[in-house]
Design a protein around this ligand. Structure first.
Ligand SMILES: Cc1cc2nc3c(=O)[nH]c(=O)nc-3n(C[C@H](O)[C@H](O)[C@H](O)COP(=O)(O)O)c2cc1C
Length: 221
């Protein structure tokens, strides 16, 4: 069993990173033999895809190559092989993972560019990630709880959920989100600090159960 841990916040004092550290500490207790790979997408950014990458993708589509262990066959020219050299380590980490932990801030209602660049690099037509499971731990400046005025513009957890289910063909990720993080800094949200603290405590309190459940589910699979 392998865990791939992706961090995406530009901040080091990041709430989503802290949730991730708590998850990994619990995970190690519940899955002591699991392999572990961490990639910090903010500290070591993945570059955007290039034209050569799109050519690889077109070849895979045209020739209906979808098996994960055959995707490299789409790289034919020197430029495409160079593009594949970026993809290859990222894709290997994804394919060899059983559980993918994504920690992420909300930026501008959606995923940070650092995380989107990774998704773009490792995603190919009609992908089936089979037994793999995703966990998303998110931090958001505002409130997106069901019924909140901004609930309808939550394009972070909803996007990641839609994406992995629709494109990777895996079940919906297990998710935890901390809301109203901006109450720590924004004077206009000062009166909502208590709500944020509650949200933060609830997220932290849910981490150990989440890690235990994901580890048990993977072991049973
Ligand atoms: C560039 C940027 C854009 C942001 N956009 C939003 C946003 O659209 N909605 C929101 O609720 N919070 C937004 N925030 C606040 C972050 O989601 C919040 O600070 C969160 O805690 C960041 O996660 P982190 O603590 O893991 O870094 C934004 C923050 C930054 C730096």
């Amino acid at each position: 069993m392998n865990l791939l841990h992706l961090d995406a916040s530009a901040r080091t004092a990041s709430l989503s990173r802290e949730l991730g550290r708590a998850f990994v500490a619990s995970w190690r207790r519940h899955a002591p033999d699991a392999g572990y790979v961490r990639r910090d997408l903010a500290a070591e950014p993945v570059p955007p895809i290039t034209e050569a990458w799109t050519e690889i993708c077109d070849t895979l589509m045209r020739e209906e190559i979808i098996a994960l262990d055959r995707l490299h066959e789409g790289a034919r020219t020197d430029a495409q092989r160079q593009a594949w050299a970026v993809v290859e380590p990222l894709l290997t980490e994804l394919i060899t993972a059983d559980v993918v932990l994504i920690t992420t801030p909300m930026y501008n209602y959606g995923v940070p560019a650092a995380l989107k660049a990774w998704i773009d690099q490792v995603t190919f037509p009609r992908m089936d990630l089979g037994h793999r499971r995703f966990v998303v731990l998110a931090a958001r400046g505002g409130s997106y709880a069901p019924g909140a005025p901004h609930a309808g513009v939550e394009h972070l957890v909803t996007y990641l959920t839609d994406f992995v289910t629709e494109h990777y063909g895996v079940p919906a990720p297990r998710t935890l989100a901390v809301d109203l993080a901006n109450a720590r800094v924004d004077p206009l949200l000062r009166d909502r600090r208590g709500e944020h603290d509650d949200s933060w405590r609830a997220a932290l309190a849910g981490i150990d159960t989440l890690a235990a459940e994901v580890a048990a589910e993977r072991r049973a699979a």
